[in-house]
Design a protein around this ligand. Structure first.
Ligand SMILES: NC(=O)c1ccc[n+]([C@@H]2O[C@H](COP(=O)([O-])OP(=O)(O)OC[C@H]3O[C@@H](n4cnc5c(N)ncnc54)[C@H](OP(=O)(O)O)[C@@H]3O)[C@@H](O)[C@H]2O)c1
Length: 266
């Protein structure tokens, strides 16, 4: 299987209006010369990024405004992506979290998180796999999960569940693929400096957060090299090993203590 080369190819990035998605888009344009389809809800942010990248790099950029928590908008968006463009790769990155006691998470917000982080990813993945399997075209899909998929985070219980779901789903699905020119990669970063971790609830956890540019760069290498899964950062890989060696109970107790301190300052 050859490595992916993005130059002059169309790549979809969901959640491209901020954080990791915006940086992945930026690096795809500046370092790889890819044409981009940028998807998110905030039109102004996407337009800003589009004009920045078009001016700096001359790549072609399309904007797609869609709410991934709404199934009809997910379907419309993926229809448009697959009918309009000669899609080469997709980065399914859009997600939301809730950081706080589970009992305070409303059912509505729970459903929005499930819809955005899980259902939209599965709906889009099904369509993308169908497209690449039936056409036999070369390409790649990267799904952004999290280390929370392997090491569940107390006070981000539902988020952890959603990230575990997509890790299990996508790694299993890769082994059903018949098109040997198409791959699925699951990227599982630890904490990153983005809007998601920008609030004061994360104040005590800031030292753990990696710069977004570094993480985006690692993610694109993993996608290019068609890795099955990839954890960026040496300390995250060590953390994952410690989790396996020391046992879940010990590590989760420590994590709950640290996260409680950050949330409630006690
Ligand atoms: N930050 C971390 O510490 C961390 C750690 C591990 C994994 N991750 C994962 O990395 C990915 C990116 O997160 P981030 O940290 O970059 O967060 P972020 O800065 O909050 O960005 C999230 C992106 O998702 C989009 N989004 C959210 N809800 C959406 C919806 N309903 N419809 C369409 N787009 C939606 C947002 O755009 P709009 O608001 O404009 O729609 C935004 O572009 C996520 O999958 C996250 O789980 C993050």
């Amino acid at each position: 299987m050859s490595t992916l080369q993005f130059k002059n190819k169309w790549v979809l990035v969901t959640g491209a209006s901020s954080g990791l998605g915006a940086e992945i888009a930026r690096q795809l344009a500046t370092k790889h010369g890819a044409n981009l389809i940028l998807l998110a809800r905030r039109k102004e942010k996407l337009e800003q990024l589009k004009s920045e990248l078009e001016t700096d790099t001359g790549v072609a950029i399309k904007i797609l405004i869609a709410d991934m928590s709404k199934p009809n908008q997910v379907d419309q968006a993926i229809d448009q992506v697959l009918t309009e463009g000669n899609l080469y790769a997709a980065v399914l990155n859009a997600a939301v979290t809730y950081f706080g006691p589970q009992r305070e998470l409303s059912w509505g917000d729970y459903e929005t998180m499930l819809q955005t982080n899980v259902n939209a990813v599965v709906r889009m993945t099904n369509r993308l796999v169908e497209h690449f399997e039936s056409s036999g075209k070369e390409g790649g899909l990267m799904i952004v999960s999290s280390m929370a998929a392997m090491i569940p985070i107390p006070y981000q219980a539902v988020y952890s569940g959603t990230k575990s779901f997509i890790l299990g789903f996508a790694t299993a699905l890769r082994h059903e693929l018949k098109n040997t020119n198409f791959s699925i990669t699951v990227f599982t970063p630890g904490g990153i400096q983005t809007e998601m971790t920008g609030g004061e609830k994360f104040n005590n956890l800031r030292n753990w957060l990696a710069p977004v540019a570094e993480v985006a760069n690692d993610s694109l290498k993993a996608l290019q090299q068609r890795k099955l899964t990839y954890i960026p950062g040496f300390s995250n890989r060590i953390g994952n090993l410690i989790f396996k060696l020391m046992g879940r109970k010990f590590v989760l107790n420590q994590m709950a203590r640290i996260y409680r301190k950050s949330l409630f300052n006690k």
